[in-house]
Design a protein around this ligand. Structure first.
Ligand SMILES: C[S@@+](CC[C@H](N)C(=O)[O-])C[C@H]1O[C@@H](n2cnc3c(N)ncnc32)[C@H](O)[C@@H]1O
Length: 266
């Protein structure tokens, strides 16, 4: 792995680890998306399921009630510690375990899972092809994958507002829905897909920025997130966001989510 990629992963893991203790209290839209994604999981219930980027394991736990054996993996050590603490094996019907692991280098043998699930995590893997290839590798021939991830158009309000404040890219660039589908096909999958928009509403621009920062999702791999914002830039950001997007005094933030159901081409 080159040093730039290693540094990017280290920052993502650090940010999410720092947020692990409060993640479940504030990541509400992620939970709504997770419930929608779980509805799509129809694979062999007696088989094994892998949840990639499981975070605190709150979705893994629900999947463990449906499947015989479930494994959650995450890049962030803090998330895995929280997942182990919050989801003791004795509370689930099936077997559950958690490990620190990278979606782009899964520590599992070929064809070792009947189902792969991943919610709101794989947009962090750039380019995405490696993680899709890994999913194909660890799935059994009859295996199914269900992925939910952010796609282009997400946080468009942030993009547009920052562009008017200054030219510094402060928001992640996401692949388009079509690009995600093409990447999955390239990795050897047949794909059923749809997209859905979720919108969160915030009282102030600071609340809105904190909704991203407090869950640990404020890393912009290309530029880093270490540049402190001046008071002046923040005030200008808030003024423009309010002027361009406020509805009845509330500020919207949109999430475009791509849902992909994957079957292996064999
Ligand atoms: C927004 S959280 C989603 C957590 C959980 N899936 C949920 O929906 O509540 C994204 C998670 O992806 C993890 N992640 C990011 N890049 C990853 C990678 N390369 N491999 C494994 N996990 C990764 C982060 O550490 C974080 O816990």
């Amino acid at each position: 792995m080159n040093s730039l990629l290693a540094e990017k992963k280290r920052r993502i893991a650090y940010q999410f680890s720092q947020s692990a203790h409060r993640y479940d209290d504030i990541a509400q839209v992620q939970l709504d998306i997770g419930f929608d994604a779980i509805q799509l999981v129809t694979g062999n219930k007696s088989g094994r399921l892998l949840d990639i980027g499981c975070g605190t394991g709150r979705l893994t736990q629900r999947l463990a009630d449906k499947f015989q054996g479930v494994t959650g993996v995450d890049l962030a050590t803090g998330m895995i510690e929280q997942a182990k603490k919050c989801n003791p094996a004795k509370n689930t019907k099936g077997h559950i375990d958690f490990h620190v692991a990278d979606a782009e280098a899964l520590p599992f043998a070929d064809k070792s899972f009947d189902n792969v699930f991943s919610c709101m995590a794989l947009q962090w893997c750039t380019p995405i092809q490696t993680s899709l290839d890994e999913i194909n590798r660890v799935l059994t021939d009859q295996g199914k994958g269900v992925l939910a991830l952010l796609s282009a158009g997400s946080m468009v309000e942030l993009h547009k507002t920052w562009a008017k404040v200054d030219a510094v890219p402060r928001v992640n660039q996401f692949l388009s829905h079509r690009e995600l589908v093409s990447a999955a096909i390239k990795s050897g999958f047949s794909v059923e897909e749809h997209q859905k928009t979720y919108t969160t509403w915030h009282q102030t621009a600071i609340h809105l920025l904190n909704s991203i920062r407090h869950i640990g999702a404020n890393v912009v791999p290309e530029t880093g997130n270490h540049r402190r914002l001046s008071r002046q830039s923040l005030a200008e950001f808030a003024r423009i966001y309010n002027q361009d997007f406020a509805i009845n005094g509330q500020l919207p933030l949109s999430y475009e989510v791509s849902f992909l159901i994957l079957s292996k081409n064999i």
